[in-house]
Design a protein around this ligand. Structure first.
Ligand code: Z5A
Length: 208
């Protein structure tokens, strides 16, 4: 990375908790501070990674093994990192990504029960030491995020999982926030959008 490397910000949390809504808010805030922002998402962000996303989200439930799912997440991430994230950071742009590596620990690790050690091996191989400068974790009880998701009315292969799956996902996210307090800022996302965005503005001002 060059001395002018941009910053890498990721936004995480359970389904429907408000990531996309707040990603736009963060992007607007950063641009008002004069930053060039590349907004992207995982799985996805390149033509091939978007095709992998479609396989991951639209396949029938039970149609793929947990190992296949994990490797597809990292295959999409490898393409995204090399084609979008690393070049943008090298240019000095700020990359704002809807989900990244913490989602893998939360969903494939917490949700599916795969081992953190196996995920860490793939993380080392594909990320080569790159980590976000800041991760915003939007946290809310599963009932709240499920209600927001249902109001929006779309269900993918993950969203049809049982409540216990999402409880494990949330627990793993919370564990990671406790393990990496300098990088992961946990925001209570159960309040109104205005309350959440006030908290976001405070964190962005403090950290960046
Ligand atoms: N996945 C994985 O398993 N492993 C990985 O490594 C990665 C991903 C990277 C796709 O993610 C799936 O991939 C995901 C995990 C898996 N599946 N699940 N579940 P995704 O990010 O595309 O899918 P998603 O989590 O369902 O995101 P989403 O549908 O875009 O939801 P969101 O971005 O969190 O929420 P939103 O669309 O901004 O808000 C939902 C609604 O709530 C909307 O009407 C808002 O206006 C409303 N909202 C938002 N905030 C508030 C507040 N504060 N109050 C009231 N209403 C609100």
């Amino acid at each position: 990375m060059t001395a002018t490397r941009g910053k890498f910000i990721t936004v995480e949390g359970s389904e429907g908790v408000g990531k996309s809504t707040n990603l736009q808010f963060i992007s607007d805030y950063l641009q008002s501070c004069g930053k060039t922002v590349v907004m992207t998402r995982e799985p996805g962000g390149t033509p091939v990674a978007e095709q992998i996303r479609a396989v991951l989200l639209e396949s029938a439930q039970g149609s793929m093994t947990d190992h296949c799912e994990l490797l597809l997440m990292f295959a999409a991430r490898a393409d995204h990192l090399e084609q979008v994230i690393r070049p943008a950071l090298e240019r000095g742009d700020w990359v704002l990504c809807d989900r990244f590596i913490d989602a893998t620990y939360a969903y494939q690790g917490g949700g599916r029960g795969m081992s953190d050690r196996d995920i860490a091996v793939l993380e080392g191989f594909i990320l080569q030491g790159l980590e976000p400068d800041l991760t915003i974790l939007l946290d809310a009880a599963p009932e709240i995020s499920a209600a927001r998701r249902d109001a929006r009315g779309i269900s993918d292969r993950f969203e049809v999982e049982e409540a216990a799956f999402f409880a494990r996902v949330r627990e793993k996210y919370q564990q990671r926030a406790a393990c990496y307090p300098a990088r992961i800022a946990l925001i209570d996302a159960s309040g109104s959008l205005e309350e959440v965005q006030t908290a976001l503005r405070t964190i962005l001002t403090e950290k960046l």
